[in-house]
Write a protein that binds this ligand. Structure first.
Ligand SMILES: [Zn+2]
Length: 178
């Protein structure tokens, strides 16, 4: 069983090991990654992650390719659900002796003296951003039948109590209808 620190260090890349030019690294992102390292409760997932690094002296261009599944609960029926997810991200990591600017979505500054680049926070951020706003079974038929039945009957009860409103205007209207 990995400790959190060991798990975090799995995503650490030694700068001295990054050669000039292009190279590719592979990582596994498990469900533990999200819950243990980032206390994420809304979603998790399991991904194969390929990272292409193009180094030009102090400028490293990182391309992230995620391929796997998100895990969470269906927004419609609340049942556990896994959905395929494939997405890419790119970011530039620039070494500097004097942190000269604020990091943005496109560029991150790291101190030259820093030995490692840890991509765990980036992985988390990219997965958080790409998690679908609406996380549901593809078809309503695939949702948990019992829960859907309860939800539907709750809606019907709601409608009935609305129609049974004692407001006299509704009584007049229903008389007109009949
Ligand atoms: Zn569902």
């Amino acid at each position: 069983m990995n400790t959190e620190k060991e798990l975090y260090n799995d995503y650490s890349i030694k700068k001295s090991a990054i050669a000039q030019g292009k190279q590719e690294l592979s990582f596994e992102v498990s469900e533990h990654f999200f819950s243990n390292l980032f206390d994420e409760t809304e979603f998790s997932g399991a991904f194969k992650l390929d990272v292409k690094i193009d180094r030009n002296n102090h400028v490293h261009t990182f391309q992230f390719q995620f391929n796997g599944k998100y895990a969470g609960n269906c927004n419609r029926c609340l049942a556990p659900l896994k959905l395929d997810a494939v997405f890419n991200e790119e970011i530039i990591i620039k070494e500097t002796d004097y942190p000269e600017g604020e990091s943005t979505d496109e560029i991150i500054f790291t101190e030259t003296a820093e030995e490692n680049i840890n991509i765990a926070p980036l992985i988390y951020e990219f997965c958080r951003v790409h998690f679908p706003m609406r996380f549901v079974h593809a078809k309503e038929e695939d949702c948990d039948a019992q829960v859907m039945e309860k939800l539907n009957s709750a809606e019907i009860n709601h409608d009935e109590s609305y129609n049974g409103n004692t407001d006299p205007r509704w009584a007049e209207l229903s008389k007109l209808k009949s």
